[in-house]
Ligand binder design. Structure first.
Ligand SMILES: *Cc1c(COP(=O)(O)O)cnc(C)c1O
Length: 384
């Protein structure tokens, strides 16, 4: 398929075909894996090719596929989500700048902001709502960084409103789109400048690759690449090939994650042992309206609070299908307790403010048969 037709094609078609390297030597249907780190010069592309320059064929194949899915001009693929995020922040921020970060951030990003940004002499404000973001803006604000839906209470921000207030003030915007994926939400179309992902999660989807990505305008990605070449967080060819294969089924998987997420959320809602369910697809979620406007599906991440905090261990031990584990976004269902895992370094007050109690359980709902998942949670909740 030529690039023009592909840009108009549906998400499933783009997942399968975008970026594929045509193997003229064999006529093979999938991109070959190019392992070379040494390449002749002058190179036919006119550039020096080297994996740490982020310009080998397998790196470009994955970058093009993800850019096509996010509706961005270009992308850069990194060795982890944190490599992508830290390199992007290093590119965008300089001493004396002010940046606004959403209060509820992924744990690693939160630590980066709290520990490293002061060393870069970047001033930081935290904000949870569009109004708080607007109030935090100053004359030296360069960047607004958000996550929506956010971990673990799945709060969603009106992304169009954030992008508009930033544009008026000439502030650049970044969103971590890991939870939604490009299948459910395209922030660039809503006015955001940069999209980052932990590709370790849904984009790869099989819990066997650590990777990250940044998507944006071509000139900006080129500026990012010049910094990224120095920081060196590139992804090797074999991991790129595994990520490319995972991406081919992203749309298919996300449709199932969306269906399973909604079914499990609805089941948990009616359960006597459950005090609260956080899922943006439920009409009583505080941000359901915003989510319904800007998302095509509500994803596979949900959280719920048990009525009795003492019951958490019993519940986790009784699960037979869902695995108590860190990470998320894979085909298998995983559960974790944020107060003990992702948010254990927060003080009790910080956790309370973020709405994270000892009884909060986060679920990354996999693509198993929904009836089996509901049955597993039903038997594990018995007597809790
Ligand atoms: C996992 C995760 C990251 C970090 O990604 P790594 O690939 O583990 O470096 C960043 N943001 C979100 C929302 C995540 O879930």
């Amino acid at each position: 398929m030529n690039p023009q037709d592909l840009a108009r094609a549906g998400f499933s078609t783009r997942c399968v075909h975008a970026g594929t390297w045509f193997d003229a030597a064999t006529g093979g249907a999938c991109s070959p894996v190019f392992l070379s780190t040494a390449h002749v010069y002058p190179h036919p592309t006119g550039e020096n090719v080297y994996p740490r320059y982020f310009n080998t064929p397998n790196q470009q194949v994955v970058a093009r596929k993800i850019a096509a899915l996010e509706g961005g001009e270009a992308a850069l693929v990194f060795s982890s989500g944190m490599a992508a995020i830290s390199t992007l922040l290093a590119t965008c921020l300089r001493p004396g700048d002010h940046a606004i970060f959403q209060t509820d951030l992924y744990g690693g990003t939160h630590e980066l902001v709290v520990r490293e940004l002061p060393r870069w002499q970047v001033e930081v404000s935290r904000a949870r709502t569009v109004e708080e973001i607007e109030r935090a803006c100053r004359s030296n604000t360069r960047l607004i960084y958000v996550e929506s839906p956010a971990n673990p209470t799945l709060r969603c921000l009106d992304l169009g409103a954030v992008a508009a207030l930033a544009r008026r003030r000439n502030i650049r915007t970044v969103i971590d789109n890991t939870f939604a994926t490009p299948i459910n939400q395209n922030p660039l179309a809503l006015g955001f400048d940069w999209v980052v992902h932990s590709a370790t999660k849904y984009l790869n989807g099989h819990s066997d690759v650590n990777a990250g990505v940044v998507v944006g305008a071509r000139a900006e990605i080129e500026r990012l690449r010049e910094v990224a070449m120095l920081y060196g967080g590139m992804l090797d060819a074999e991991a790129c090939a595994r990520l490319e294969r995972g991406l081919k089924t992203l749309a298919l998987r996300m449709h199932r994650h969306n269906e399973n997420g909604l079914q499990l959320a609805q089941f948990l809602c009616g359960h006597p042992a459950v005090a609260r369910v956080y899922y943006p697809g439920l009409p009583d979620h505080p941000d359901h309206g915003v989510a319904a406007r800007q998302m095509r599906g509500f994803g596979g991440m949900l959280s719920f609070e048990l009525r009795r905090p003492e019951a958490v261990d019993k519940f986790l031990q009784r699960l037979r299908l869902a695995l108590p584990a860190l990470s998320l976004g894979g085909v298998e269902s995983l559960v974790c307790v944020p107060a003990r895992t992702s948010h254990r370094r927060l003080s009790p007050e910080e956790r309370r403010e973020a709405g994270i109690s000892e009884a909060l359980v986060r679920v990354s709902v996999g693509i198993e048969d929904p009836a089996d998942l509901v049955a597993d949670f039903a038997q594990a909740l018995e007597g809790c």
